[in-house]
Design a protein around this ligand. Structure first.
Ligand SMILES: [Zn+2]
Length: 422
C-alpha cells in the first residue's frame, strides 16, 4: 500500500501503572506518525480489549475517509467490522461525511473473537437524551440486554479543545460520578487525545468517537446504547450537520462479534424526552445540556442555543422552575423574546417540534417575539443570540476558574509504567 496515500494503524500498546491505564497506537499519516491514546483509571485496566485494533480503526476512519486514504491495520481486528467498513458501513459513512471518499480497510489479521462482554453500557453526558436513556433503560421488567449495567463518560472532543476541554471534562466528570453513584451504576471515565487527530467537527463524527470507546471495552460491554438526537421521522443520511441524524442506521453497522451497537430514544421527540426527563427528580439538580466551554454559576450557561432550547421546552411544559439550581433563569428571561422569535421561523426540525408544541399547547408568544420574528431574518436573530451567549461566556470566564488538575492523563512512557504489546 502506498504510504503517501494511506493511513497505517499499529498494534495497540497497553501501559499500566497504579493510577491509570493507557491504550495507544501509532497512526502513520502521509505527513508523519501521530500517537492516538485512550486513558482510563487504573481500576479499569483489565477491562480494556488490548488485543484488537477495532476501537482505533473506528476512531480514525473519518480522518482517513475525508482525505481519501486507504487504511492498513497492522494488527488484528473483527472480521464483521472489517466486512462492514468495506461494504454497507463504509458506503453509509461515504454518504454521511460530506468530504469522505471511498476507501478500503486492509487488516493484517481478522478474527471472530468473542471477548466476553455481556454488560449494557451507555455514554452519559447528563443531557436530555442521556437522561432519557437512563430513565428508559433502568425501568423494571426490561429484557436483560436492554437493562443498563454501566455508564461511560468520555472526553473525545465534546468538552472543548486542549486545556480548556480537559478542565471542563474534569468539572463534568465530578458531577456525573456523583450521579452514577446515586443511581447505583458503575461509571468508566475515558479520556483521549482523539480530538487532536480529527479535523472534522465533533458534531459530524461523535457517533464514531463514542463507539470507539465502547469497542475498547469488549471484555465487559456486549451492548452499547447510544442516545439518539432525533425522532425516527427525522432520520437522514445526507447533508446533515450532526452525525446523530443517521444513528439508527449507522450504529448496527458498527457491531463486532461481541459488541452490538444500538440507537435508543428515536421513539420520542426531543420535546417528549424533555417531558419524561423533567419527571425524574435527579435531573432537577444535574441536567447538563450546555455547549459553552466556560464554567458558570450554574451547571448551564443558560444562554447558548442548547440551553435556550431546553429552557423554552421546560417553560412550555410548566417545569422550568424545577431547574432553578441548574439554569440562571434571569438570563433566559433576557434572551427569551429574541429566542422565541427565532423559533417561530426556524427550519431546524428540533425547533419545529417546539413550534408544534407552542401551537398545540395554546402558548401565546410575546407580541414582541411575533413582530420580531416577522421583521428580522432568522440569521440576524441567531447572530444576536450568539452575541448574548458570548457576552455571558466572557463574564463567566472572568469570574470562574476551571479545575486545574483533571483526571489522570498519563504521559507516554512515563516512569513506573508496565507496557505490553498486544
Ligand atoms: Zn449553555
Amino acid at each position: 500500500m502506498d504510504p503517501a496515500r494511506s493511513l497505517s494503524i499499529s498494534k495497540p500498546l497497553l501501559q499500566v501503572n497504579d493510577r491509570s491505564a493507557r491504550l495507544s497506537v501509532i497512526a502513520r499519516f502521509p505527513e508523519g506518525p501521530q500517537e492516538l491514546w485512550f486513558a482510563v483509571p487504573g481500576a479499569h485496566a483489565q477491562k480494556l480489549s488490548s488485543a484488537t485494533c477495532d476501537a482505533f480503526v473506528v476512531a480514525l476512519y473519518a480522518a482517513a475517509a475525508e482525505r481519501g486514504l486507504d487504511v492498513r491495520v497492522d494488527g488484528p481486528m473483527s472480521k464483521l467490522l472489517l466486512h462492514s467498513l468495506n461494504g454497507q458501513g463504509g458506503e453509509l459513512l461515504h454518504t454521511l461525511l460530506s468530504r469522505a471518499r471511498k476507501v478500503r480497510v486492509h487488516a493484517e489479521e481478522t478474527h471472530g473473537q468473542l471477548w466476553g462482554g455481556r454488560g449494557v453500557y451507555a455514554g452519559f453526558s447528563a443531557g436530555v437524551d442521556s437522561f432519557h436513556t437512563l430513565v428508559t433503560h433502568t425501568r423494571p421488567g426490561l429484557p436483560r440486554d436492554q437493562r443498563l449495567t454501566g455508564l461511560f463518560f468520555n472526553n473525545v472532543g465534546s468538552h472543548g479543545p486542549d486545556e480548556l476541554g480537559a478542565g471542563m471534562y474534569a468539572l463534568r466528570e465530578r458531577r456525573v460520578r456523583a450521579l452514577a453513584a446515586q443511581v447505583g451504576l458503575p461509571l468508566i471515565t475515558v479520556s483521549s487525545n482523539l480530538h487532536s487527530l480529527l479535523r472534522t467537527s465533533f458534531q459530524r463524527t461523535h457517533t464514531l468517537r463514542n463507539v470507539a470507546v465502547a469497542l475498547l471495552f469488549q471484555k465487559v460491554c456486549g451492548t452499547f446504547l447510544y442516545s439518539s438526537l432525533v425522532h425516527y421521522r427525522d432520520i437522514k443520511t445526507r447533508a446533515v450537520p450532526d452525525m446523530s441524524y443517521a444513528d439508527a442506521v449507522l450504529l448496527p453497522l458498527l457491531r463486532t462479534e461481541t459488541l452490538t451497537c444500538q440507537s435508543t430514544g428515536g421513539e420520542s421527540t426531543r420535546f417528549d424526552k424533555t417531558r419524561i426527563v423533567s419527571k425524574y427528580p435527579l435531573s432537577h439538580s444535574a441536567l447538563d445540556v450546555c455547549v459553552s466551554h466556560r464554567m458558570s454559576a450554574t451547571i448551564n450557561c443558560s444562554a447558548c442555543w442548547k440551553c435556550l432550547r431546553t429552557e423554552l421546552a421546560l417553560e412550555l411544559l410548566g417545569t422550568l422552575s424545577r431547574y432553578e439550581s441548574v439554569f440562571q433563569i434571569e438570563r433566559y428571561r433576557r434572551c427569551r423574546t429574541v429566542y422565541i422569535a427565532s423559533v417561530l421561523h426556524s427550519r431546524d426540525p428540533l425547533l419545529g417540534e417546539l413550534r408544534e408544541q407552542i401551537e398545540e399547547l395554546g402558548f401565546t408568544p410575546p407580541v414582541a417575539a411575533r413582530v420580531l420574528g416577522r421583521l428580522a431574518p432568522e440569521a440576524a436573530l441567531r447572530a444576536l443570540l450568539r452575541a448574548y451567549a458570548r457576552a455571558y461566556a466572557r463574564r463567566d470566564a472572568a469570574r470562574f476558574e476551571l479545575p486545574k488538575s483533571p483526571v489522570p492523563r498519563p504521559e507516554p512512557l512515563a516512569a513506573g509504567y508496565v507496557t505490553q504489546r498486544a
